[in-house]
Write a protein that binds this ligand. Sequence first.
Ligand SMILES: Nc1nc2c(c(=O)[nH]1)N[C@H]1C(S)=C(S)[C@@H](COP(=O)(O)OP(=O)(O)OC[C@H]3O[C@@H](n4cnc5c(=O)[nH]c(N)nc54)[C@H](O)[C@@H]3O)O[C@H]1N2
Ligand SMILES: Nc1nc2c(c(=O)[nH]1)N[C@H]1C(S)=C(S)[C@@H](COP(=O)(O)OP(=O)(O)OC[C@H]3O[C@@H](n4cnc5c(=O)[nH]c(N)nc54)[C@H](O)[C@@H]3O)O[C@H]1N2
Ligand SMILES: [Mo]
Length: 781
Amino acid sequence: MTSYEKLPDNAPAASPRYQPYPGPAGGWGALRSVAKAWVGSDNALKNIRALLKTNQNGGFDCPGCAWGDSPESGMVKFCENGAKAVNWEATKRRVDAAFFARYSVSALLTQSDYWLEYQGRLTEPMVYDPLSDRYQPIEWDAAFALIARHLNDLTSPDQAEFYTSGRASNEAAYLYQLFVRAYGTNNFPDCSNMCHEASGVALGQSVGVGKGTVTYDDFEHADAIFVWGQNPGTNHPRMLDPLRDAVKRGAQVVCVNPLKERGLERFQHPQNPLEMLTNSDRPTNTAFFRPALGGDMALLRGMAKFLLQWEREAQAKGEPAIFDHAFIAEHGHGVAQYLAVVDATSWEQIQAQSGLTLADIELSARMYCKGKRVIMCWAMGITQHRHSVPTIQEIVNLMLLRGNLGVAGAGLCPVRGHSNVQGDRTMGINERPPVALLDALEQRFGFAVPRHNGHNTVEAIHAMLEGRAKVFIGLGGNFAQATPDTERTAQALRNCELTVHISTKLNRSHLVHGKQALILPCLGRTDIDLQGEGPQAVTVEDSFSMVHASNGQLKPLSRQMRSEPAVVAGIAAATLGKQPVDWHWLVADYDRIRELIADTIPGFADFNQRLRLPGGFYLGNSAGSRQWKTASGRANFKANLLPDSLLDERVRASGQVPDLILQSMRSHDQYNTTIYGMDDRYRGVRGQRDVLFVNEADIVRLGFQPGQKVDIVSLWGDAHVRRVHGFTLLAFDIPAGQAAAYYPEVNPLVPLESIGDGSHTPTSKFIAIKLERARDDGRIV
Ligand SMILES: Nc1nc2c(c(=O)[nH]1)N[C@H]1C(S)=C(S)[C@@H](COP(=O)(O)OP(=O)(O)OC[C@H]3O[C@@H](n4cnc5c(=O)[nH]c(N)nc54)[C@H](O)[C@@H]3O)O[C@H]1N2
Ligand SMILES: Nc1nc2c(c(=O)[nH]1)N[C@H]1C(S)=C(S)[C@@H](COP(=O)(O)OP(=O)(O)OC[C@H]3O[C@@H](n4cnc5c(=O)[nH]c(N)nc54)[C@H](O)[C@@H]3O)O[C@H]1N2
Ligand SMILES: [Mo]
């Protein structure tokens, strides 16, 4: 075995083991796991030093999630999974020319995603050589010239796609969008299209701004916090602290999730819910509701229906109102229409679609009303459905009824994923750019910006599949694995004349390439970024709209690696010359880029000065201060109907009946398509990722046995066959009719056409499936 191939101690076990995890989230289990990561790391000492500065002033921003930090706390802020992210990036293993000389692309394609990224950091620019089927070294300038030639040869700039993943800094993202618009297109497919797009769309229409309205402090003042479709114990571990603190001071925490995720289950109501309704004297302030997949909107509508009923009763009896009439009168728009739709929604439909009993729905409504100030948080369990936009608007409706917006301790909190995905959008990574942004760019830089909308992620895949797009450039990410309908996406990338990836680590997107292909190695968050005028800081924006600086701490592995802004500047200068700016001069000192941001992006005046404030600065949020940038000038109640059926009409029309509805989710040992290990500690899975979590009664009903291997086929009613092989059935505590499996292993099952209305987000949390006996299962054929 060469050093390239050696896998870490926690490499896949020979056979999968499944044993429920007894400990709490965080705590000793988490520390032990971090310790294991350190011991297994070849860079441990350096990493610990680096980690101690994570998210602190002067240190770097954690490349993990986008949860914010308490501004006051001077404590070391990191969590188990942040530690994994840092350690993973700060390896000293290299994927260099010698590595690529050893392995052909075909050979690399047979390796797992885990193996590919484990090989280390990309350290030199590489170009694909079709004769040897290998990547070979290329000079940076030659790489830039190749890209420029391709871009300048296209008959229209709309034939190129410019993808962004959410780790890119504000400076990199701003420069990238400036270059792409100066080149002539708004084709900005973005990881956000697969993530919180529905939140942006829904909130924009409802309250006039597509971001969360709360800040960290609000969590300390809330009477109740609802957590919808989110697994913070794994994906936002630092969020557990404010939740725990809230419970300690007597606030309510209400979790809505079909899976009793470790870390959240401590908030499970320990008693019979009915006791609470009957004024039991035993105090309780937490609850856990387990809806049908996609059933959240029905639950929310049911809660609204209870509120309306209680409001009428209160009025009749002359008791204090349930609704905040003053707020609604001053700020609301469309409440009468909305309440008419609430009245018209039947309890039967609400119960059937939510998958919950009337008693559960009533309890959740009571818990909501009990709090004067309520925060609602949500993540992918809410955003990755066909009707995600109306679901999020129903969250807003419910909050508006009681004036839970724009006061301390209350508000909306879409919990973001990638550490700077929110900042990238603020910087203009947007395929449907607001007119104000385009006007500002045009005025500042004096070129005619493209005014027509560009492609989002799903549209970009269609364009590449149909030959309408011929060049793909990715600023980070792993497009081939993160996107739906894996086979068709692979074909889309292979159709391209040129694919370019600006990356830190080797991944499958480098191997599923166009006719010509480049890998451009870049610095990550942890690396010291040295430019012409000295070491540079970058900036990021967290879920609470706090902007702060990030300073890399580790010496880069190779001089050949370049920062993301420098790579973008290189491409831009080769393609456009010094138009509309002197790109190389700009990247010599990132203050110069920030001056341009200050000139063109609202909220960034005096950017360079404010950046130097300890803890960074708050961008503000119009809805959070009760200013409504909507067409009505008010906060809009959106009168959406519940979907007729959660199952898509295309599946229904096909006449096929699904065995189960599948959601795809993250294990505890992964960061999106980056797989750190084969275990999912909190769910009790060890040594394997090809597992399907199913209720035991369903396993029996479908004629299988726990532990048996199955093929999974998804239903869509078109000619494509979507199938994955050899998944082990795990009998799990999951509601009947549901299944769960890991992303990205089940992405081949997500149809490219199965997308959210208004968001175009693949419906990764709602996939109609059938199970078949695995062809290679030795047990039963
Ligand atoms: N360690 C680590 N941290 C991460 C990431 C990572 O991969 N690893 N990814 C980052 C990114 S980009 C993102 S977007 C976030 C993702 O953070 P999450 O949104 O927490 O990620 P998922 O694993 O997709 O989990 C979705 C949760 O929603 C639940 N769910 C699924 N369908 C439904 C539904 O219909 N209704 C309800 N109520 N619940 C449902 C699932 O059971 C699961 O608990 O995390 C970020 N942070
Ligand atoms: N089925 C299903 N599909 C999903 C989801 C789901 O829940 N289910 N979730 C969706 C969501 S929420 C998201 S956000 C997307 C994620 O989609 P992406 O953002 O495209 O995917 P990642 O796995 O985060 O990208 C990992 C790669 O990024 C590169 N990288 C890491 N750090 C850096 C850096 O600092 N700079 C640069 N230039 N490159 C870097 C590395 O090469 C690494 O291999 O996936 C989506 N896809
Ligand atoms: Mo995400």
